[in-house]
Write a protein that binds this ligand. Structure first.
Ligand code: GLN
Length: 268
């Protein structure tokens, strides 16, 4: 079996180690004898929606989002929507997640149009409050920064967040999970991320997938099922992943940020 993974804007949108998500998918597939072809898709590159099985996009500063948003919308947008509607798996982190919503209003108030895959929109806290980002303190005061712990399908996901944008889900759109610690979507309604078909949007950086193996396998399973019908993934030895997950949870617990409650740890 083989999967085609489209990696969006690797040279612009890979903040906080998000490239590690691609490596994780490749490795976890290789351990099961599944080949993964990784296509780096930079500005100007086109996507074949029938050929791509999984799409990954990482995070970036407002200035990075400015660089890619026109291309995301007008060069790749139609193909990304087609692939996701046809069941391709996708993992969109932070800045990428924001640009897969309807729009992102940046810290300076400029509105970057999004793909509208997630029924959500994002506004930078500085644009909401009129905070001038002229000092480190002021810039930090409008960001959600730190460990992020999320309840997902009776399991726990753990990672790191650093964003000024606050995302608001609309209507019936489904969050990825509930916040156990951290800000998540908007530090207001307790939700984190968004799910549409097999596309997952999240604020989990770190990178997220190495220490959340069940989420990585969920994406692999979805991509394989679209291409090959229902496929059972062989279990692999996740000793290291579970240890890293546990360590990250301990670190999050050591630096308490608005813990809701501690789930009896099903590793995500
Ligand atoms: N620039 C966006 C924000 O500040 C996304 C940041 C990121 O990807 N880490 O919210």
């Amino acid at each position: 079996m083989k999967l085609v993974l489209g990696y969006l804007y690797p040279s612009v949108m890979s903040q906080y180690g998000d490239r590690g998500n691609v490596l994780t998918i490749v490795k976890r597939c290789a351990w099961r004898g599944i080949d993964v072809e990784v296509d780096d898709l930079e500005v100007g590159d086109r996507i074949d929606p029938d050929r791509v099985d999984m799409l990954l996009v990482g995070g970036g500063a407002d200035s990075h989002q400015r660089v890619v948003c026109e291309d995301m919308l007008n060069v790749k947008g139609k193909a990304i929507r087609q692939a996701v509607s046809a069941g391709a798996a996708a993992f969109a982190v932070c800045a990428g997640y924001q640009l897969w919503g309807h729009y992102y209003r940046t810290a300076s108030g400029e509105e970057l149009a999004g793909l509208g895959i997630f029924d959500a929109h994002t506004v930078h806290r500085a644009a909401q409050t009129g905070t001038r980002l002229d000092t480190i303190t002021r810039a930090g005061s409008v960001r959600a920064v730190g460990n992020l712990v999320v309840e997902w399908n009776k399991a726990v996901l753990v990672g790191f967040e650093n964003h000024g944008g606050r995302t608001y889900l609309r209507g019936g759109s489904q969050p990825l999970g509930r916040i156990l610690a951290g800000g998540g979507n908007n530090s207001e309604d307790g939700s984190e991320g968004c799910v549409y078909r097999n596309a997952v949007g999240t604020y989990l950086h770190g990178p997220a997938l190495p220490k959340n193996p069940a989420l990585a396998d969920h994406l692999i399973q979805a991509a394989l099922s679209r291409r090959y019908g229902s496929v059972a993934l062989e279990p692999v030895d996740d000793g290291l992943e579970v240890a890293a997950h546990q360590r990250a949870l301990e670190q999050a617990a050591a630096k308490p940020r608005r813990w809701k409650r501690l789930w009896s740890d099903g590793v995500g």
